[in-house]
Ligand binder design. Sequence first.
Ligand SMILES: Cc1cc2nc3c(=O)[nH]c(=O)nc-3n(C[C@H](O)[C@H](O)[C@H](O)COP(=O)(O)OP(=O)(O)OC[C@H]3O[C@@H](n4cnc5c(N)ncnc54)[C@H](O)[C@@H]3O)c2cc1C
Length: 358
Amino acid sequence: LADVTEIYPSKNEIHTSIGNLHYDFLVIATGATTNFYGNKQLIKNCLPLKSIDDAIHLRNKILNNFEQALLTDNEDDLNSLMDYIVVGGGPTGVEVSGALGELKLHVLPIDYPELDFKMMDVHLIQSANRLLPSMSEASSKKAYDYLRKFEVDIWLNTRVLNYDGYYAELSNGQKVITKTMIWAAGIMGQPIAGLDEQSKGPGSRIKVDEYNRVLGHDNIFAIGDVACMIDEKNPAGHPQMAQPAMQMGKHTAQNIINLLQKKPMKPFYFKDPGSMATVGRNKAVVEVGKFKSQGFFAWFIWMFVHLIAVVGYRNRFVVFVNWMVSYLSYDKGIRLIIGDDTNVIKEKTDKEPAVLEK
Ligand SMILES: Cc1cc2nc3c(=O)[nH]c(=O)nc-3n(C[C@H](O)[C@H](O)[C@H](O)COP(=O)(O)OP(=O)(O)OC[C@H]3O[C@@H](n4cnc5c(N)ncnc54)[C@H](O)[C@@H]3O)c2cc1C
């Protein structure tokens, strides 16, 4: 409920939206934000997928599109409302385009029998030569095949150059009409002003030493997505994912206790529990060390891991029952269009363009 706007390391103080605060130790865990690589058109016209607000906004947009599609006979208008572009072939882009493909095949034709869903195209644009580049080639290939089963059009080695909210211009010279472009093509750290110059890392992340201490500061730590700990195994820092963030949090808390008890700090080593991505019903890829799984078993593991991560037994039970109902009925969650989206759009466009650090 308060924003930290600046750090004054010489005074051990932070400036926040509710006043100044003194600290003995400071832990920065401000995470990451969507990276549009400074392209103002993309900032203005794309939908990011980073927060719950973004997710609700996307749901509103999808439902509104189909409601509007019912009201037009114009073919271009129909295409722009029914076609989707997802940018970025990492786990988020793969999961979102898989979900859209599943909606197209199993859910929307029941909700909107008046529309011809052969007209709905889902395009996944990936700049690299394969999907899920952080996973093995076999998992990439499997994710590709699964998405094709959901009729997703996959464009590898292709980038979105510009998008004015209607025409998307691709690096291969193609132009695609769509009113919905979902941006899952990159994130950047959210550092706070006031830190030493030497702490400025790649992707706007904060450079830390092996104890998660910010370079140039003895009593300031950075953890999670915003932190960049460069070592031989992780030349670009740890992956910006939940596991490094959680492990760094626990480790840093113990190191601060050690400091208070005048004991030495311990260096941080990331224990990689593996990675996974789900494409849709019964379709996922999982890699844990040398163990690799694909298909139903991988999907089951994905569901289990995400279910136990839900906070509280009651919530876990509710989520489990909802998933079972969806699985058996082929139905998706509630179709609610919530609130007035104009505020969300304004908030996004008012932001300064994100600039990628070289
Ligand atoms: C759509 C999506 C799907 C994902 N799926 C997975 C997944 O399946 N597996 C996985 O491991 N990871 C996943 N991730 C990544 C994972 O969510 C992040 O790696 C993780 O949340 C990072 O934790 P964090 O604590 O560093 O930052 P965050 O969880 O982002 O928390 C940072 C917090 O700091 C607050 N903040 C920022 N700036 C300030 C400021 N100046 N003052 C005060 N507060 C501030 C923010 O509001 C936010 O609440 C996903 C991310 C997204 C967006």
